[in-house]
Design a protein around this ligand. Structure first.
Ligand code: SAM
Length: 259
């Protein structure tokens, strides 16, 4: 595997490919159908990515609402600006979820969809979301829990690799832990909705997952490089013979800041 850290351009390209898959489009539609941003609301989309999320939100809030997209990565934001150039209600700013460049209590709704997994200080991020929402306003947050990620693993090698994947705990249980962490930040949790994704072939998102899992295997003592290559070959053979299956659940939390 390459040791080169990803450049901003790589990040832009990666998120463009992953977030434009059919699976992600379905997931996005499902999430916003549950959250139902209202017409004319002011929405803060944190970790907005390359603008697919912003364009979907614009359909709900209409031209009377506003959407501010914040992302830590300038190149990803450039993609969002390109994608949303014809949406007058959308604007973008570079910023970090732990130090948002917006005023206190200035939004009706804040969305952090598939972002918290990348943040080391979850408490600081949730406190920031709480700060920027108006009293009575809502936050919508999604996160996964690796224990819900089940796959077709017919070989012993694949099962062992899966155990390594689940044992790594850097935010791997965030999806369930948010039920405690949102109230700690001051929110009242109103709804938790499971969002299942099932994939039966390797797409760009699964390719990214294979890369993540390779990294975990490389860092563990359980697999040498030959075994890792063989494990990846197992996955690709399943795909070629129509036997690939991966299913995971993200948790969507809708929580309110008390009046
Ligand atoms: C998986 S993408 C999700 C994009 C979008 N929310 C969606 O679901 O379509 C994660 C995004 O979060 C951004 N991100 C990662 N860490 C961040 C942070 N600390 N603050 C703000 N954005 C961050 C990344 O640059 C990336 O664009």
């Amino acid at each position: 595997m390459s040791e080169r850290p990803p450049s901003d351009d790589d990040e832009r390209d990666r998120w463009e490919r992953v977030l434009s898959t059919r699976t992600e489009e379905t997931f996005r539609d499902f999430v916003f159908e549950q959250v139902r941003p209202r017409k004319d609301e002011s929405v803060l989309s944190v970790g907005c990515g390359p603008g697919f999320e912003t364009a979907a939100l614009a359909r709900y809030v209409g031209e009377g609402g506003t959407i501010t997209g914040i992302d830590v990565n300038e190149e990803v934001l450039a993609a969002a600006r390109d994608r949303c150039g014809d949406l007058p209600q959308a604007s973008f700013e570079q910023g970090d979820i732990v130090d948002l460049p917006v005023a206190d209590e200035s939004y009706d709704l804040a969305i952090a969809k598939q972002v918290l997994y990348a943040v080391s200080d979850i408490e600081a991020a949730l406190n920031e979301l709480f700060r920027v929402i108006a009293p009575g306003g809502r936050v919508a947050v999604t996160a996964g829990d690796r224990r819900t990620h089940v796959k077709h693993t017919p070989t012993d090698r694949m099962q062992r690799a899966d155990n390594v994947y689940r044992a790594e705990i850097n935010h791997s249980q965030l999806g369930t832990r948010l039920i405690g962490r949102l109230p700690e930040a001051g929110f009242t949790v109103e709804e938790v909705t499971p969002c299942a994704k099932i994939q039966t072939e390797i797409d760009d998102q699964i390719e990214q997952g294979i890369g993540v899992q390779r990294g975990l295997l490389e860092a563990s003592d359980a697999f040498d490089s030959e075994a890792i290559d063989a494990w990846e070959q197992d996955i690709r053979e399943l795909n070629e013979t129509g036997q690939f299956l991966s299913c995971s659940t993200s948790f969507l939390y809708v929580a309110r800041k008390p009046e």
